[in-house]
Design a protein around this ligand. Structure first.
Ligand code: PLP
Length: 421
């Protein structure tokens, strides 16, 4: 039965499509009627190695025959050590201590709890448009759309919001947006949350759900230096931008900075639920053992899938592929922008690319929806993002080929043409 018409499934689950999927392979999904779709959603940035990559399937199979579960508060197991060994060489400098959980929101929860314990401070600074999850704490930190927060008050206190340097939205050049954002952050620390009460500043190195916004060069460095000035911990939320998605292993590498804590999920394990935080060892002395945990975190199957995913990313040089295919995609989208002025902006890094519909102050939501629907009819799956839902985000698997990018763009152009008024 189609999940969207199954009366026993919760309606709180929205569905971008009514597809009932049978199987997946590489960049393709096959529905129950045998129709093939080019999946440029990657399950919201999860299936970076493509659907059912043989090496990930093999790692999961092998591990499931040995040990399905080993609870981390009770025992240790080899897959968690293997995962750590795979992670260590790709981490930003100084991040050498790991805690594992199951979802992005849980990783963010862990990061904030650690920051509060390590600093003895209570407050958290977030950026406008961020998405950090849907648990009560992470929802309170999420400002990408009101739907995530409305009806849940009172939210968790001690969370303060400051503007992200979203140049296209403000209609400014990058430098003006950068200066504004840093000025407002400093003002927030002088007017609302005293540095002595501020545990951390959490930032998405590329804004995800809030619009696939690449911040101007210098932004992450400036946040890092404000954190250093006031003894505030910097948390980079790499849940969406991590594991090669940006064309580097982690998007913070673009500014050569290292956060104190980094959150990871989505692309880490090719679809098997796994998330984690990486942090500096010295913070560990201030995190009381037992003050955080969870039954399933670091389970052996997820760890085996995670270790295999990192191996595949390296062996198949997928981070390099991401950069090349991302450049191909952005160049072609910019060409389309000249032909279809409804595309107000094209931006991105690696295979985290946005085409924003409408002009500043006039988001074209209906055209965005129409184009995505028309593309789906022709076999291309795309998602929107942004506060107003007027941004098409391009997140194909990192294994995507030149031909598949061209195929996707061809369908997108036909969808633009068909939806022209
Ligand atoms: N942080 C970021 C940057 C995200 O993009 C997301 C999910 O989209 C989350 C956290 C929450 O992750 P999850 O949905 O796995 O809880």
């Amino acid at each position: 039965m189609n999940p969207t018409t199954n009366k026993n499934l919760s309606s709180v689950w929205t569905h971008a499509t009514d597809l009932l999927i049978e199987s997946g392979r590489g960049c393709k999904l096959l529905d129950h009627s045998g129709k093939e779709y080019l999946d440029f959603t990657s399950g919201i940035g999860v299936t970076s190695t493509g659907h059912c990559h043989p090496k990930i399937v093999e790692a999961v199979k092998t591990q499931s025959e040995k040990l399905l579960f080993g609870q981390m508060n009770i025992v240790s197991h080899q897959p968690v050590f293997d995962l750590v060994e795979q992670l260590k060489p790709i981490m930003p400098e100084g991040l050498d201590t790991f805690f594992f959980s199951n979802s992005g929101a849980e990783a963010v929860e862990g990061a904030i709890k650690l920051a509060k314990q390590a600093t003895g401070r209570s407050n958290v600074v977030v950026f406008q448009g961020s998405f950090h999850g849907r648990t009560h704490l992470t929802m309170s930190m999420t400002t990408s759309k009101t739907i995530y927060r409305a009806g849940h008050n009172p939210l968790v206190p001690g969370i303060y919001c400051t503007p992200y340097p979203y140049a296209f939205y403000y209609g400014w050049d990058e430098q003006t947006a950068l200066d504004f954002s840093i000025r407002e952050l400093r003002k927030l620390l002088m007017s609302q949350t005293a540095p002595s009460e501020t545990a951390c500043i959490i930032v998405e190195p590329i804004l995800g759900e809030g619009g696939y916004v690449v911040p101007p060069a210098g932004f992450l460095k400036a946040v890092r230096s404000i954190c250093d000035e006031f003894g505030i911990l910097m948390i980079a939320d790499e849940v969406q931008s991590g594991f090669g998605r940006s064309g580097r292993f982690f998007a913070v590498e673009y500014e050569n900075i290292s956060p104190d804590i980094m959150t990871m999920a989505k692309g880490i394990a090719s679809g098997i639920p796994l998330s984690g935080i990486a942090y500096r060892r010295e913070l560990d002395d201030r995190w009381p053992p037992g003050s955080h945990g969870g039954t399933y975190g670091g389970n052996p199957i997820a760890c085996a899938a995670g270790a295999a995913t990192i191996q595949v990313l390296k062996e198949e040089k997928l981070v390099v592929n991401t950069k090349i295919r991302g450049n191909q995609l952005m160049k072609s989208l910019r060409d389309l922008q000249k032909k279809y002025p409804v595309i107000g902006d094209v931006r991105g890094r690696g295979l985290m690319v946005a085409s924003e519909f409408g002009e500043r102050g006039k988001p074209d939501v209906s055209r965005t929806k129409a184009v995505i629907a028309a593309a789906r009819e022709e076999g291309l799956l795309l998602l929107s993002c942004g506060t107003f839902g007027n941004i098409v985000r391009w997140i194909p698997p990192l294994i995507v080929t030149e031909e598949e990018i061209d195929e996707g763009l061809g369908i997108f152009e036909r969808a633009l043409e068909r939806t022209r008024h």
